[in-house]
Design a protein. Structure first.
Lengths: 394, 394, 394, 394
């Protein structure tokens, strides 16, 4: 057990903190929120130069083989800085999926571009009745003369409107087991038959789209992984993405805690800082507890995935817990800030609040992951001692 | 004990109900109870509705007839408010009828009453409340906006914040400092000044929920001495005395119930994982919990209204739990509704996929700050010290 | 709406309070807890003399036609005084059921005896897989030569070991609708084939039994109500009993609140009463809120039943809410009392705590009643306004 | 970061695990972790187990070898405690190994260490802690039991309360007043006196959960001056310094997990309404929530243990949330388990129908008072003021 970051991770954290504090200012965050893209292409270019878009890939694809744990460190800082970008979509969700499942040709073509910041990808997964399980995939891909024809509607697709390609999760076969018959395709974002509508959500950045596939033709070689066997890699991608969202929420929570403590210590009412009151202290303690606990469940999950250890339970617990902790943390902060925290123009709490809620529902909400935890529990076996019975309980 | 209403009360309820049902548009949802999107058409409609209700005498139903009221008792006023709440409605000039009007009624001169009250009761004017300042939030006595007597005038200088949503108020109800005293409460005075005086300016403050609050600036504003309400330097006490009733607001549980009814309808109509939400046992349990909490709050609110009506017999109000319940339940209810909506919950008004036209999202955002009338923490101090007579820290 | 007790109810309350304070002392309560019977026969005799065992019956059966609302007043006082007796079993559950459903002969024979305190009855309803719905009734009654033979095991039967007769809920027919085929029988407690085992529960009083019916022969004329139609009256009895348990919990809660406030005001630590601390004040406020709200939901349900108004929803809400409020109230009190409240010998909080938990699970726990509330919600219809559409939401 | 253990640590864990599995009786459940029923056989068994563990050196594994320990580090000690906790086990002489022993180690003379520590480490003695008094609960400094120097002796007079469950302690670890000072903390001193001195008497105090605490009376008890631990009048500070580690107790999440495992087994084996409890979606959700909370607390506890081990590098412990989580989660978990058990939940040890031999009921009763080591309210003050540096009220 070691709860400290490695020296390299500390450096990465420090570098990311300094860079984002300088580059991702509150005014930029607000500008991105108001804009159409959901991110700043200039900043995207800069983080690519810093290596953030490729570091998680092997060297031959332009990366440095950073671990998911390293990425969690980075995502904590991005969450803290309210940094919005297609990094999750491009690198974590699609990039790592391609690395894991794609053909050598796909990897060689796409990963270096991602690493250089030249390619934006989006994962087209959820639909009108959104689900993070295979049963939710109804968008059809039908074989047709060496190609596949995709038809269906995807909803809540992050970054689709700025993506170069979509990684589309389709159904190619009906079967009793929903995971059987799911296939992944890389779709050129400018393919005929594809249309995008930006969704009006509570968050200005992290843009999401409705994407309609109307008989979109995709060459068969654009299939990622095997026919009908696409769900397992998609599920792995969801896991990795969920852990990164946890790290983002934990980093955001840490900043919210700092802001709240600062306000509690400096805001004077009734001639004293409001932090002297136990009611306010209670809010601060709950905030600390929420934020601190989120970090450890998150890091444990990231560590498990980094080590290739079985981590289904740890990931499920991390997202289930961090979702709730994030909601709780933001609510506690709002109680301390009162009207001041409610005003969008003063301070950043409202931004954390809205972004937090969006992150909670993305890649599995609490109910979803808690069901996974319950599924894990089903397999628990009760070990019993072996000594001779003594009849304590008669 | 009696948990029903008299025949006369039921008749009044039906009159108000029928009036609203016939006036409200079919595609109405939660008009101007602080959750309306900004929309001039909507604002004009609500003013017109207020004027029509004024003709019926329901705006200030409790006031004596000579000032435009109907002289109704507490229970009947409660019924009017409850029927408004049933449609998530409130009069735009809530400040006039519920906050400042009662202060004029209690502490104003006969001239002031005759001048100010009838237009309020007739629904023809809009008032705004200007109490809060950057350094006077929960600590209301810390007000620094100054009113200095100068001949037949008072001269106002300073700033007010978090003022309600009225676009073009006719009068401003102000708590201002008229003397530097210890304790600070003893140097405050109430005023009701025309909003169009020279030197008054304002700017909008955007809020988390998309609502707009306003900031007001007073720069050598001269108002005639007749604008003073009640005695000089007694403003804090008079404001408290006349505010008491705002704390129990029967409209809230009624509008909460309406929200729940709409949400239940949504759960009946919406399928998730191929099954209507209403058939999900966890959703059912959550809805039942909400229904119970709303009923608990309804009873607490009526108990307060009844108890206020019995003050002559039983002395001043002993305790009021309705505000406490409202704040507690609203937070958990909004969160539970957001949880049930999942990804769709983040969609806001204007999106074709937004559940209930984004109404729940707006409520949830609003619930981040349930502070009108003092923070929950102050409310608890009042409950502890006044209602339960718990000792104060030395 | 009237939240005050009537003059007669105030008198009953005062009388009950004074009597129980004198007669049902803490030492008697502890004695009863240690004893086998679960109540004090002497005290039972005395309350019969006061009329408590019969007042709810019509005059011709020795009562004074008190309402269930009056009984709620009495049960509040009994809960406050930790008074344990077979009153709920005998009078409320069985007595009123016989009054409602029994033959004239049964009424004339049994009710006057109950009124005089000469007869103790017990309701044998729940079984090994306990349920408050008809589906839980599997104990068989088979017709046999002008009699019925009952076989099965009943669990958690209050007061069976001291009862003169058992009112046994049996199954006489299998049918798709579980409520069809339930029949009620009065069984002499000394019938051959009947055996009792006292259950070891956390409460010393309110004794509960396992009752085994091994081919117990019951004459056909002992049937109460109609063959196969026994569930509806049993369900009504459960409702009435549930409301009385709510009243008992509300009364107990009131006393717990008083004790806790007293302790918070007088217990000095760090040279100040502990009640000066907001952490402690928070506990007290939550206690007040739990207890006060329980009273009103309970009285509303009792009032509905007293008025023969439809009260399914109100009863369900009352028990669902009061169960949780009672648990919460006791827990809050324990937080204030700390170690002192944990010691069984010092003060009475532990007794309230244990009795409260037992009352919460008896006659329907929170999950059960919340399901009933959800069932009620299914029938809610959304009323829509009738004015012309305005398109606010475009 | 590393969330795993070294090979050596895993080996130690297995040794402890195997020892316990082989020693514990098959029909064991939660022996003597404060939830054991009173039972001499059980007490004798636990003492014998302690002695055997003492032979292995695991009782005080962190102490230097010369005093009977193994000189193990924080992490290894944590592993031993976790393995104990996995079986809901604790050594009877917890006071000796975890509370008083460390104080002797830090502040005792060399003679005292040599005399007192080895028997503790070998599991041969039982110590009791006597700090709390009727007027010194959370306000520990308010202690009034006096120790007056008289030649080579101290003479003790006064009373102690809420002393643990050891029937025949060998030594008593006492905090006593040796001077009247302001602040009160400055006049207290630590002692370790033989329990068999003349003038010491005690009587049992029955507790809510059926546990027994004891009250001790000192009537002119004379103890040799060598019984003083540490400096005169520094007792309060020394006790605090040596207690720090009790706050983080790795046994708790491990034993919580064991409880949950047993409860899950119960849910798999028990049918309600004809269906196994484990198939009820609401039960599944509740179990998943518990599993997540226990994991959160496990990580918080390990984080504290790790952080204590890093003190040389990183300075004193910054915060510890494990106690906070334990108290928060235990209350809700026990309630949720009781809710799931329904009517059966009230059955206690000894009833054939009692789920898990009444273990959950005992836990729930115990959870009414989670106060060992100071109330939760005090804990929050410490977190607010020390960990978060929030200001103190003037």
């Amino acid at each position: 057990m070691d709860f400290a970051l490695s020296e390299e991770q500390e450096m990465l954290k420090k570098m990311a903190r300094e860079f984002l504090e300088r580059a991702c200012t509150e005014s930029l965050v607000r500008e991105v929120e108001r804009g159409d893209k959901g991110y700043s292409p200039e900043l995207w270019r800069k983080i690519a130069e810093l290596g953030w878009t490729g570091m998680v890939f092997p060297e031959k694809y332009g990366g440095t083989e950073s671990s998911l744990l390293d990425m969690a460190v980075l995502y904590e800082e991005m969450g803290r800085a309210m940094f919005a970008s297609p990094h999750l979509s491009t690198v974590i969700l699609c990039g790592l999926l391609i690395l894991e499942t794609g053909s050598e040709q796909q990897k060689a073509e796409l990963l270096p571009k991602i690493a250089k910041g030249d390619l934006v990808l989006a994962l087209a997964l959820t639909e009108l009745d959104p689900s993070w399980d295979a049963s939710g995939v109804t968008t059809r891909a039908t074989p047709n003369k060496g190609a596949y024809i995709i038809s269906g509607t995807k909803l809540f697709v992050h970054d689709a409107h700025v993506a170069d390609r979509l990684l589309c999760v389709t159904r190619t076969r009906d079967s009793a087991e929903p995971a059987d018959g799911v296939t992944l395709f890389l779709v050129d974002a400018r393919s005929p038959g594809l249309s995008y509508t930006l969704l009006k959500t509570m968050v200005g950045d992290n843009k999401q789209c409705e994407v309609v596939f109307d008989k979109v033709r995709v060459p068969a070689e654009n299939m990622v992984g095997q026919l009908h066997k696409g769900w397992a890699p998609a599920a792995s991608a969801i896991q990795r993405g969920a852990v990164m969202l946890c790290a983002e929420m934990a980093g955001a929570g840490q900043r919210v805690l700092e802001l709240t403590l600062d306000y509690a210590k400096t805001r004077v009412q009734f001639d004293q800082p409001i932090g002297v009151h136990q009611h306010v202290q209670e809010h601060c303690i709950q905030l600390l507890a929420s934020v601190d606990s989120s970090r450890w469940v998150t890091y444990q999950a990231a560590w498990k995935l980094s080590q290739d250890l079985p981590g289904d339970m740890e990931v499920a617990m991390a997202k289930a817990w961090t979702n709730e902790a994030n909601e709780h943390a933001c609510w506690r902060a709002h109680q301390v800030f009162g009207g001041v925290g409610y005003t969008s123009e003063i301070g950043v709490l409202p931004i954390y609040s809205r972004r937090g809620r969006a992150a909670q529902s993305y890649l599995g909400d609490t109910a979803y992951w808690r069901k996974k935890v319950a599924g894990g529990i089903d397999g628990w076996v009760l070990e019993m001692p072996k000594g001779k019975p003594m009849g304590f309980w008669q | 004990m009696n948990f029903g209403f008299t025949e006369g009360q039921e008749k009044l309820r039906k009159e108000v109900h029928d009036f609203i049902v016939n006036e409200l548009p079919e595609d109405y949802r939660g008009v101007f109870f602080g959750v309306t999107p900004h929309n001039e058409e909507c604002a004009a409609f609500s003013k017109e509705l207020q004027r029509k209700a004024g003709e019926k005498g329901w705006i200030a139903a409790g006031w004596p007839k000579e000032y435009g009221g109907l002289g109704l008792g507490e229970m009947e006023r409660g019924i009017v408010r409850e029927e408004l709440g049933r449609w998530v409605l409130n009069w735009p000039n809530y400040v006039g009828s519920e906050i400042a009007g009662p202060a004029v009624l209690m502490f104003g001169t006969e001239e002031q009453k005759k001048k100010f009250l009838p237009p309020v009761a007739q629904g023809k004017v809009q008032w705004d409340q200007l109490f809060t300042e950057p350094n006077a939030g929960s600590d209301e006595a810390n007000i620094q906006l100054r009113a200095v007597a100068d001949g037949d005038y008072f001269v106002f200088n300073g700033q007010k914040m978090f003022v309600g949503e009225i676009y073009e108020p006719d009068y401003l109800y102000i708590l201002a400092r008229t003397a530097d005293t210890t304790p600070k409460h003893r140097g405050l005075t109430l005023f009701l000044v025309p909003a169009n005086l020279s030197g008054i300016s304002s700017r909008p403050l955007e809020c988390l929920s998309g609502q707009t609050k306003r900031e007001f600036f007073f720069d050598d504003v001269r108002a005639s001495k007749e604008c003073m309400i009640g005695e000089l330097n007694r403003g804090f006490y008079n404001a408290m005395a006349s505010l008491q009733l705002e704390r129990s607001f029967l409209g809230n549980p009624a509008s909460d119930k309406r929200d729940l009814e709409e949400f239940i309808q949504y759960c009946k109509e919406t399928k998730r994982n191929g099954k209507p939400l209403i058939e999900n046992p966890e959703v059912r349990d959550a809805l039942a919990r909400m229904a119970v909490e709303i009923e608990v709050n309804r009873l607490a609110s009526w108990r307060t209204v009844w108890r206020v009506g019995e003050q002559e017999k039983m002395g001043p109000l002993d305790y009021d739990l309705s505000t406490f319940f409202r704040r507690t339940f609203t937070t958990s209810r909004c969160k539970a509704m957001m949880d049930i909506m999942g990804l769709h919950g983040q969609l806001r008004t204007g999106s074709k996929w937004a559940p209930l036209a984004g109404a729940v999202l707006r409520k949830w955002l609003r619930a981040r700050s349930l502070h009108a009338g003092g923070t929950t923490e102050i409310l608890k101090v009042v409950l502890a010290e006044r209602s339960l007579s718990l000792p104060r820290k030395r």
